[in-house]
Design a protein around this ligand. Sequence first.
Ligand code: AGP
Length: 370
Amino acid sequence: EQIEKGGYEHFMLKEIFEQPKSIHDTLRGRLLVEEGIIKMAGIWDHLERLNQAQKITIIACGTSWHAGLIGEYLIEEFARIPVEVEYASEFRYRNPIITDKDIVIAISQSGETADTMAAIKMAKEKGAFVYGICNVVDSSISRVTDAGSYTHAGPEIGVASTKAFTSQLTVLSLIALKLGKHNGHLSNQEFMKLITELDALPKKVEEVLESTHENVKEIAKHFIGAQNFLYLGRGYNFPAALEGALKLKEISYIHAEGYPAAEMKHGPIALIDENMPIVIIAPKQGHYDKIVSNVQEIKARKGRVVALVNKGDTQVASVADFVIEFPETSECFSPIIASIPLQLLAYYIAVYRGANVDQPRNLAKSVTVE
Ligand code: AGP
């Protein structure tokens, strides 16, 4: 097992550090920047059907569901097809309106999750075309879906999903850009700009790992005794906040909640005092000025702020208690970059608390029963 961990203390840390490679593998052979094309067999064969969808419903559980939420932002922004995202466990029991004009995208790292599997079967019975995004090759879900794309992140052993998540986001980005380019909603110029940025992601992920690792390790020490955490983000980074909170809950057993930053004033603000650490994802794009005022509101109530900001940020950085800098990219790809320090933060807090990060209590890597 030590050999399999490749010198890392845990599989989770190894998998976090593998992300420059896993994202590169997800893109390999699919993103051809010089030719200006995205080549994905699964999509290519069904491009018309996908583009003519009246709506796309994304079904998944846990981390994969968070990836689905970001998928909704991506597909609606670039391909202008309406998207709904549902927990597979809810979808399967509520007789949803699904017809043969619908596309269902099922996302699953393991490809074995019972609720996702049952939801796919139901969607197929209703005539939908089901597209799978799985990591495990030849898994049950990849076999039962009509078409699909593998994430190619490589085996993920740690129960807490890390590299599979960023690869899911990468595949969803490819799909959204491919559909948008094909149906004309995305100009050639915009498409080229975005695929160039997508191509630069493995390098940026490497950069963020190098530049934040030691800093995050230190920051984590301040929160060993925390009992609660709030994670906030807006737009594309709202689901990234949900995912950051889930990582912390799963492995450190600290209660954590993710919220869209603007929802803070509709309830969670009542919880804020000096005992409430708040992680806020605040890249320069999106509604940066609004995030700045959120941070000020939190500080006025003595909340302890860990801010994830772009390199060179001064506004949020000057008021936050702890700052984690990450490189700039388009807003739509920023969750891929921001997730890396969030994974590290959860990892180190859990390790310092003596938790078994690779096999957290009560959790299984794939939930094959209801
Ligand atoms: C992720 O850290 C979790 N362990 C869990 O939420 C997981 O994402 C969920 O069970 C779905 O698994 P799947 O992607 O294999 O379907």
